[in-house]
Design a protein around this ligand. Structure first.
Ligand code: SF4
Length: 178
């Protein structure tokens, strides 16, 4: 039997959405009978290959996030924004009220306990964007899974719907945004 291939990533996220996915506990076994993971924090695969479903946790805060998100969009038939951060920027988007330069100076130059103050500028580091963006501002999104994080019941419902080819819909009692 060909298994559904699923990729997951955390961009400007806290990995809480991934932890909630794992909160499906033993129900994960029934999902993994029909699905397998491609690139994900759960695997050692470095790039997203051709997949049926891509789950994106976190908004977009730096240029590497943009690169990874575009790779997911290119390779995943269905792309899902998972959690408040991917949907609307979430808590990290609170920095959008401030100038990026002011944030960097506060943390690296004037922060409590800072020694040898300097703003990191190694070329290996991805450049921060001026603001934190929801992923739909960069690529087209097919579905949204709300919550901070979405519950394990939401993940289970979503996987079952998508794997069985049903239309994905969440009953009202499973919807929450906190
Ligand atoms: S939505 Fe909440 S749990 Fe998910 S990555 Fe953002 S802060 Fe973490």
């Amino acid at each position: 039997m060909t298994r559904i291939r699923i990729a997951t990533t955390s961009l400007a996220g806290c990995f809480g959405c991934h932890m909630s996915l794992l909160d499906m506990d033993e129900r994960l076994v029934s999902i993994l009978e029909k699905a397998e993971f491609d690139r994900s924090p759960f695997t050692d695969i470095k790039h997203c290959g051709s997949c049926d479903i891509g789950l994106v946790e976190g908004g977009i805060c730096n240029e590497e996030n943009v690169h990874v998100l575009r790779e997911f969009r290119k390779n995943c038939k269905i792309l899902i924004a998972v959690g408040a951060c991917a949907i609307n920027g979430g808590v990290p988007a609170l920095r959008n009220s401030f100038q990026l330069r002011a944030c960097l100076e506060e943390v690296y130059l004037h922060g409590e306990g800072v020694e040898n103050p300097q703003i990191p500028n190694d070329a290996e580091l991805p450049l921060l964007l001026d603001k934190v963006y929801p992923i739909h501002e960069v690529v087209q999104v097919d579905f949204y899974l709300p919550g901070c994080p979405p519950s394990a019941d939401q993940f289970f419902r979503m996987f079952n719907d998508l794997i069985s080819g049903n239309e994905f819909s969440l009953p009202r009692k499973l919807l929450h945004f906190d």
